[in-house]
Design a protein around this ligand. Structure first.
Ligand code: GNR
Ligand code: NI
Length: 173
């Protein structure tokens, strides 16, 4: 088990498009365990492989308060979207910044679970928001891409300042 380094905006590696997972083996399972450890330690409610410089289509989430509801989605695909919801989002790769994003309220998603079994699920609420946020990461997209260029410029400056004078921990939610 290991806590992995999380890439931060504006690292160009966050813009890579992740490739499908071809084999689910011990190696990948160890990577999944490390991603959970990294997400829980951060703390965060989701983590995409891209954020830890692993460019495969893989994400983990746990949106429960008790941190006892882990989900692994391998090669996730959004099959359908319904409704709209706007909420304040944060991102471990954009530390210290929150802003409103509008996304689908309910999605149907297919994926492979950690054992390679095919799953299909209807998801709503925070889990649906989180899964959409993570799939964006796998496509090289960040939540701040939905904001204006002026805001992104400001965020770049905030993050640079933070790097010069980091606080002990900057929770994102
Ligand atoms: O920890 C996180 N919180 C969060 C809050 C609202 C919407 C999305 C998220 S995901 C984020 C962790 C993260 O950066 N995942 O990529
Ligand atoms: Ni994120």
């Amino acid at each position: 088990m290991a806590i992995l380094k999380i890439l931060e905006f504006p690292d160009p590696k966050l813009r890579r498009k992740a490739l499908p997972v071809e084999v689910i083996d011990k190696n990948l399972q160890a990577r999944i365990d490390d991603m959970f450890e990294t997400m829980y330690a951060a703390p965060g409610i989701g983590l995409a492989a891209t954020q830890v410089d692993f460019h495969k289509r893989l994400l983990v989430t746990d949106v429960s308060n008790e941190k006892n509801d882990p989900h692994v989605l391998i090669n996730p695909e959004i099959l359908s979207r319904e409704g709209e919801t706007t909420s304040k989002e944060g991102c471990l790769s954009v530390p210290g910044y929150l802003d409103e994003v509008t996304r689908a309220e309910e999605i149907s998603v297919s994926y492979l679970d950690r054992n390679g079994a095919n799953k299909e699920q209807e998801v709503s609420g925070l889990l649906a928001i989180c899964i959409q946020h993570e799939i964006d990461h796998l496509n090289g997209k960040l939540f701040i891409d939905y904001l204006s260029e002026a805001k992104r410029q400001k965020i770049r400056k905030i993050i640079q300042k933070q790097r010069q004078n980091p606080s002990p921990s900057s929770p994102v939610y």
